[in-house]
Design a protein around this ligand. Structure first.
Ligand code: UD1
Length: 430
């Protein structure tokens, strides 16, 4: 079984290149189905979730070429099935983006019910509400969501809660519907905007993405495009907090600083220096960290996908901090693992009360999900002594070459497969 072996204590220092955003790449891949013409996508992250989606696309007759690691060429002119029930897709949430894309183009879709990280109940009622408002009949049978429409007709849709997935799915379906669709209370995340830009580059007519009202004028068909995916806000934020926790000096390169404002604000509050230089951000942690409070919120608020990483930093910060999770109700499962490393955190419902400690100590820990897994790796990098992190397949869902990028910053981390590898690692680090 693969695991990370980590010897903590080295401050991370240097530059790290940030890859394309996983959560933009997934809907963009699905939306590529919406034209019969060839689509060229650059800055594709080479991570497990995007690869699972690409495999599923290949299995239904979509031509998928990978001219290099970060470029994908797709042609969906010969799709041979509108049923997407690949077993591996159950593990990723974004499989439901096939619903919006297929429904738009073929007026029919059957997709396996989504999985993803186990971070709480993840409803899809707003997706279904949106599809129905456009005229689709939606049912759930035998573990599949089925959506069918004779015609899709634009509608005025009010989202009862802010949902990234529902905004994206309804936006895709409305793109090829007749007439105008207005989505109110839409999500404003950078990946929602990136998908809108991608669809517009294929001939869609979408206005207002990035605000809470999106207006989509349906078009008859979409065409070929060449498109570059935005940088991954969460990968960047993870390395920024890695700098803070290890008392390091890290520059994240190829980022959009605007997308990182809430993360930057919190790093400043806890005593880091943060410098923006064009498309780079440098984080220096030369002083002891100090406590703060944080509440996760939809963009531009502090992202729920950065909640474990900031908690890892606050648990090493002087004083008492409070972290409130408002998006997912079960996102503190990693706290038990962090406690085993010496953290002092009490979780009450969706709130964590954190009393900062001086240091973590290395332990054998497991990644409970994608972002918490990355956060625990950061904790291990700051800890005294050696740690192992199991279940790293979760981390590999969303971080490309995580341990290699960390090694480049001076971290003592190796991917080990066997006890022998681990013993070798221990000998190497002395
Ligand atoms: C996406 C991201 C995920 C991120 C999350 C919030 C992808 C692949 N995943 O997930 O990394 O943590 O946004 O930024 O992009 N909800 C409903 N009904 C619905 C849909 C959602 O009640 O129909 C609720 C959810 O249970 C949750 C909240 O709305 O409490 C936000 O969910 P949503 O924004 O939809 O998250 P995802 O799109 O699943």
């Amino acid at each position: 079984m693969e695991q990370y072996a980590i010897k903590g204590g080295n401050p991370l220092v240097g530059d790290v290149e940030i890859g394309g955003a996983k959560n933009a790449a997934l809907p963009i891949l699905a939306a590529s189905i919406m034209t019969d013409e060839t689509v060229y996508i650059d800055n594709m992250p080479d991570v497990r979730d995007t690869n699972v989606l690409l495999d599923a696309m290949g299995s239904i007759g979509i031509m998928v070429k990978r001219p290099d690691r970060h470029k994908v060429v797709l042609n969906a002119g010969n799709v041979n099935s509108l049923v997407v029930d690949d077993e591996s897709l159950k593990k990723i949430r974004a499989s439901y983006y096939f619903l919006g894309a297929f429904l738009a183009k073929y007026k029919h879709a059957e997709v396996v019910l989504p999985g993803g990280c186990d971070i709480g109940f993840r409803a899809i009622d707003q997706h279904i509400k949106g599809f129905r408002a456009l005229g689709a009949v939606v049912t759930i049978e035998h573990g599949l969501i089925k959506a069918h429409a004779d015609r899709l007709v634009g509608s005025h849709i009010y989202m009862d809660g802010v949902s990234v997935g529902a905004t994206i799915n309804v936006m895709m379906a409305a793109t090829l519907a007749e007439g105008v669709t207005i989505i109110e209370n839409s999500a404003k995340e950078p990946h929602v905007v990136d998908l809108a830009n991608f669809l517009n580059s294929m001939g869609a007519n979408i206005k207002g993405a990035g605000t809470d009202v999106i207006r989509i004028k349906g078009v008859q068909k979409l065409h070929s495009t060449e498109y570059t995916i935005i940088p991954d806000q969460i990968e960047a934020g993870t390395f920024m907090f890695a700098a803070a926790v290890t008392k390091g000096d890290v520059t994240v390169k190829n980022v959009i600083p605007k997308h990182l404002e809430s993360i930057t604000a919190k790093l400043l509050e806890i005593g880091c220096e943060v410098e923006e230089i064009d498309d780079c951000i440098r984080v220096v942690a030369s002083k002891p960290l100090i406590h703060t409070h944080v509440k996760t919120l939809p963009y531009p608020g502090f992202p729920t996908d950065m909640q474990p990483q900031i908690t890892v930093a606050l648990a090493l910060s002087k004083g008492t901090s409070i972290v409130t999770e408002t998006i997912f109700e079960n996102r503190f499962k990693y706290v038990d693992e962090l406690t085993r490393m010496g953290a002092n955190i009490k979780v009450e419902g969706t709130t964590a009360i954190i009393d900062g400690v001086e240091k973590y100590t290395g332990a054998s820990i497991s990644a409970p999900d994608l972002r918490a897994g990355a956060a625990l790796v950061i904790a291990a990098l700051a800890a005294e002594g050696t740690s192992t992190v199991d279940d790293i397949r979760y981390i590999q869902r969303g971080y490309e070459d995580f341990h290699l990028k960390l090694q480049n910053l001076g971290a003592q981390i190796e991917l080990v497969q066997t006890e022998k590898d681990f013993q070798k690692f221990k000998l190497k680090i002395g």
